[in-house]
Structure formats: structure tokens, C-alpha cells
Design a protein around this ligand. Structure first.
Ligand code: PHE
Length: 348
């Protein structure tokens, strides 16, 4: 019996050395001290041992059992530790004390001012529409009452594409599509209230105050009794919303083929409150927004019954408004991608 105990111990030790995984350790446990394990069955054989040796043998077997248990426990701990070390050392190392170097973007000044103007209009029932930048000649010109050979085409140096389409020279290029889209509202007794910001392009020589790429924000309201009074009311409300102060407006005659009558809308200078400063060139007024009553021909082409409905349109120079708001003297900075500028004027 004693020899057997020794033998088992040696056998266990040699097995243990080879047990390199937790599963192998578990197998060893079952093999030696499980219900039918070697050590366990040795305890069973104890009844065959002579009485005077029983006590001692019993003690030895129990010692062996304890030895196996302890050794397995130690080996298990070791293997678990080893796995943790392996996982940690193979993981990507991050030094949490290093600066991240991450550059966060911000919302461009044009986008945030557009959003401000949109919010004002949305709060009074306007829908915001979008439009493509490549449009047909019809949309950009004919549909807004600028037929071929009309001198007004020369006012807008156009980028023509090889397929005859154009880069839209003004947001008015969306008027026709939008009028058609909402014409049915009128029959339902609703009016049409839409604004449509957009990027516009003109083949211009670029300098501090001229860009070939700029933003407008156009609006239209069409309904039963729409008049110039409505136009003034909405423009004033919008400007007060943007500048967050009382603003006076005045209209001067202006010519655009798609409005009749047409106006240039001036706002009292929000910077000096009309007293005169460098922004308003000491006139107290800034020219901000061409507008007018939509020409009946334009309404007709948009599918509107001109016997019953009239409307106004305005073409806010969004880029100009941004320049005013931020006091920018150089228009080119807006499209420059200059990081210092973006950081200074951008909002989160
Ligand atoms: N589309 C005109 C322009 O780009 C602006 C405008 C819009 C004028 C709507 C009147 C009404 O200059």
C-alpha cells in the first residue's frame, strides 16, 4: 500500500508538470481525486489493509489527497494568472496621459446663421426646402421670367455646363419647382410659406467683396391676400430674430424680372442703431435683401391661379449677412478652410 501511495504521488507529479491548460488541470483532478479517481479508490482499498496499519495508511492517503488538491490549486492559479498576463500584454497599449491630438470640428458660420434664419421662419410656419446646385437653364432663367436674350442674363455671369445645364446663379432657380410642389396647398385654403437656402455660383472675378461661390436664402409666401405689407412684416421679424434687436426696414425700388413691383430692402444698421458707422458707411442703413411681389408670369409657370393668389419673394444674401454679423471685411475667408477663422467663428 505504501509503495502504491508513493507511486501515485510520482505519477501525479509527472502529470501535473504536463498540465498546461485549465482543462488539463481539471482532468487531473477527476483522474486522481474525483469520485472514481486513483486516490479515492485507494481509500476504498483501505479495508484490505491489516488493522494495525489502517490508521497510518489512512493518514498517508489523506495526506496524498491534500497534496494533490493543493498542487492542483496552485497550478490552476498559475495558469489563470498566465492567461491574464497574456491578454494584457497582447492588448493595444494606450498611454492615458498622452494628449489626444484630436481636432474637433465646428459648425461653419454660414451654416449657423442659416440655421438661425431658418429657425425664425420655421417658428412662423415656413417650410425649409433644399434644391440642387446644378439646374436647367429653364429653372434658372425662363421659369423666373428671364427669357433668352433678356439683358438681365448678363447681370448674372453664368457657369454653363457642357450639357446645357448651369450652376445655379441664384436660389430663385428653385422657385418653379417649389411653387409646383405646393400649388395644391392653396386649393385646401392653406398658403405657401417656404424658405430655401442654397449655394450659388457666378463666374465673377474674385476679390475681397466678390466670390464666385456664395450663399443665398430665399423665401416665398403665396396666398389669397398677400401684399407688400406682409413682405415688410416678415422681413422685419426675420431681421429682428437674427440681430436680436429692433430693426427698421425701408424699401427702395429695385428691378428683378421675377418680381413686380421689385424692391431693395434696407435694414436700419444693427451696429449703430441708425446713427451711422463704418459698417453702414455712415448712412444708418444697410442694403440687405432684394425682394418684391412675385411676377404673375412666374406664378403661372408654377401652376398658380393668378386670379386668386399673389405672393412675395425675397433673396436674402446669406453670405453678406454672415459678413455683417461677424464683421468680416474679406469674403474669401468664408470658403478658405482657414482653420484659425473656422475656430474663431465656428459654433459647436
Ligand atoms: N435672385 C435674385 C438675385 O440673386 C434675388 C431676388 C430673389 C430678388 C427674390 C427678388 C426676389 O439677385
Amino acid at each position: 500500500m505504501q509503495a502504491k501511495i508513493k507511486e501515485l504521488k510520482t505519477l501525479f507529479e509527472s502529470h501535473l508538470q504536463k498540465a498546461k491548460t485549465l482543462a488539463e488541470v481539471e482532468n487531473l483532478r477527476v483522474e486522481f481525486i474525483g469520485k472514481k479517481g486513483h486516490v479515492t479508490s485507494l481509500l476504498g482499498e483501505l479495508r484490505l489493509v491489516a488493522n494495525e496499519q489502517k490508521r497510518e495508511m489512512g493518514k498517508k492517503i489523506n495526506e496524498l489527497k491534500q497534496f494533490v488538491e493543493d498542487a492542483l490549486f496552485v497550478q490552476k492559479q498559475f495558469l489563470e494568472q498566465e492567461t491574464i498576463v497574456k491578454v494584457i500584454s497582447s492588448a493595444k497599449k494606450i498611454d492615458i496621459t498622452m494628449p489626444t491630438g484630436q481636432v474637433f470640428g465646428s459648425i461653419h458660420a454660414v451654416t449657423s446663421v442659416a440655421k438661425e434664419v431658418e429657425d425664425v421662419f420655421v417658428s412662423i410656419g415656413f417650410i425649409v426646402e433644399d434644391g440642387p446646385e446644378v439646374v436647367t437653364e429653364y429653372e434658372n432663367f425662363e421659369a423666373v421670367n428671364v427669357p433668352k436674350d433678356h439683358p438681365a442674363r448678363d447681370m448674372q455671369d453664368t457657369f454653363w455646363l457642357e450639357n446645357g445645364q448651369v450652376l445655379k446663379t441664384h436660389t430663385s432657380a428653385s422657385q418653379n419647382r417649389i411653387l409646383k410642389k405646393y400649388a395644391d396647398n392653396l386649393a385646401k385654403g392653406e398658403d405657401i410659406r417656404v424658405i430655401f437656402p442654397g449655394r450659388c455660383f457666378r463666374n465673377e472675378n474674385v476679390d475681397a467683396s466678390h466670390e464666385n461661390t456664395f450663399f443665398q436664402l430665399e423665401g416665398m409666401m403665396v396666398g389669397k391676400d398677400i401684399s407688400v405689407a406682409n413682405l415688410i412684416y416678415f422681413m422685419k421679424g426675420m431681421l429682428e430674430g437674427v440681430f436680436k434687436k429692433d430693426i427698421n426696414v425701408r424699401l427702395r425700388p429695385g428691378f428683378f424680372p421675377f418680381v413686380e413691383p421689385g424692391f431693395e430692402l434696407d435694414a436700419s444698421c444693427p451696429f449703430c442703431e441708425g446713427k451711422g458707422c463704418s459698417v453702414c458707411k455712415h448712412s444708418g442703413w444697410i442694403e440687405l435683401c432684394p425682394c418684391g411681389m412675385i411676377h404673375p408670369e412666374v406664378l403661372k409657370m408654377g401652376g398658380i391661379d393668378t386670379n386668386n393668389y399673389r405672393g412675395f419673394a425675397f433673396g436674402l444674401g446669406l453670405t453678406r449677412l454672415v459678413m455683417l454679423k461677424y464683421g468680416l471685411k474679406e469674403i474669401r475667408i468664408l470658403n478658405s478652410g482657414n482653420l484659425k477663422f473656422l475656430k474663431q467663428t465656428g459654433t459647436k
